[in-house]
Design a protein around this ligand. Structure first.
Ligand code: 5AD
Ligand code: SF4
Length: 362
């Protein structure tokens, strides 16, 4: 490992400044540098986030989508995909079961499915909150401010909306029917409405250089996010990006570790996409800076149809078996499952004066 890179890691660990070039070099560095990077991220995670791993029960309640993101298996033009919507009572029942299994957060995720009006979704949120003591996170894509407000008033606590890339140009290439600036503006709206806000990017997209990934890291840092979810891009065979390379586990882990060093307080999951590339992906993510896991509690008849990318693991596990599996993973890395909500670690002051309003795209 070069002395220069060792210094960059030490600076990052001490909370010092880092350049775009320094980050780009870390993302491409050799294996021994990567090990030093993971260890530094693990120490920072321990200092700021502690030993508890927060679990979020994921419910993929609809795979209908009006968008055509070029990388995604749920894109509207993917006609061979069999589509489903869970019924409101099924969603509430699954959320209550998650609460009974000890989960303190339920994530309601779907494609951009306008069949679900905000009133219908708000009623589901209200039902869940009245029947089980969980925090509710929404991951339903772009909606109007009024809709986001109605859902917040119904009791939704958090919202995930990935920016996917900090490059407006690359974003436009990948998203024929949406706009980077509008998406970014929504993050501000969500914050203003009092949601805990999560965003993130994909790693290894076609045309994404190490320098662009370094920009992504600095961009995510400057957003002051409560939660940051990142994962490798995995080509889906029935999409326009079928023939592309995709991101590697190595690159994704390096990115994750840099993210922890840059955003010591953020809640950062070892994502499902990491596990899709490597059966030990969750353990490796937890040892490179992650402090959150998102077990999939979608009923098994739907799970397989929610195929953003191929290789999704543990589709056969039911809610109880998954809870056991996750306990084993957390124990294996010497940590413990949190019994708390795992709310944001950012202070109200940080949230009230977010850089969200000041960061520029470049
Ligand atoms: N590979 C990896 N991640 C993907 N996502 C969608 N399609 C893919 C893919 N092919 C991610 C996007 C989206 C999230 C729900 O899933 O980042 O925001
Ligand atoms: Fe739809 Fe989200 Fe997939 Fe885009 S990434 S096609 S919005 S489900």
């Amino acid at each position: 490992m070069s002395a220069h890179l060792r210094e960059t890691i030490a600076d990052l660990e001490a909370g010092g400044e880092v350049t775009r070039d320094g980050l780009a070099r870390l993302l491409c560095a050799d294996e021994s540098t990567a090990q030093a990077l993971y260890s530094a991220a693990d120490r920072v995670r321990k200092r700021w986030a502690g030993e508890e791993v927060h679990l979020r029960a994921l419910l993929e309640f609809s795979n209908h989508c009006r968008r055509n993101c070029r990388y995604c298996g749920l894109r509207g033009d993917h006609e061979a995909l069999s589509r489903y919507r869970m019924r409101p009572d099924e969603i509430v029942r699954a959320a209550v079961e998650a609460g009974e299994l000890g989960y303190r957060t339920v994530v309601l995720q779907s494609g951009e499915d306008t069949w679900w009006t905000s009133e219908m979704l708000a009623e589901v949120v209200r039902q869940i909150k009245s029947q089980t003591p969980v925090a509710v996170t929404l991951s339903i894509g772009e909606r109007s401010e009024e809709e986001y407000r109605a859902l917040r008033e119904a009791g939704a606590d958090r919202f995930l909306l990935r920016i996917e890339t900090s490059s407006p140009t690359l974003y436009q290439e990948l998203h024929p029917d949406s706009d980077w600036s509008e998406r970014r503006a929504r993050l501000e709206v969500l914050r203003r409405l009092g949601y805990q806000v999560g965003s993130g990017v994909m790693i290894g997209l076609p045309g994404q250089s190490p320098e662009m990934l370094a920009d992504d890291l600095l961009f995510l840092r400057d957003l002051n996010l409560d939660m940051i979810g990142v994962g490798p891009f995995i080509p889906h065979p029935n999409t326009p990006l079928a023939g592309e390379q995709g991101g590697t586990l190595q690159l994704a882990l390096r990115f994750l570790a840099c993210l922890r060093l840059l955003c010591p307080q953020a809640l950062i999951p070892a994502t499902t996409a990491l596990a899709a590339l490597d059966p030990d992906g969750w353990e490796r993510g937890l040892c490179a800076g992650a402090d959150v896991l998102m077990p999939n509690l979608t009923p098994s008849e739907y799970k397989e149809k929610y195929a953003l990318y191929p290789g999704k693991v543990w589709n056969d596990l039911d809610a109880t078996a998954f809870r056991r599996q996750v306990g084993t993973i957390v124990e294996r890395v010497g940590r413990r499952v949190s019994s708390g909500y795992g709310h944001t670690r950012l202070s109200a002051a940080q949230c009230a004066a977010p850089n969200l309003t000041t960061t520029s795209a470049s």
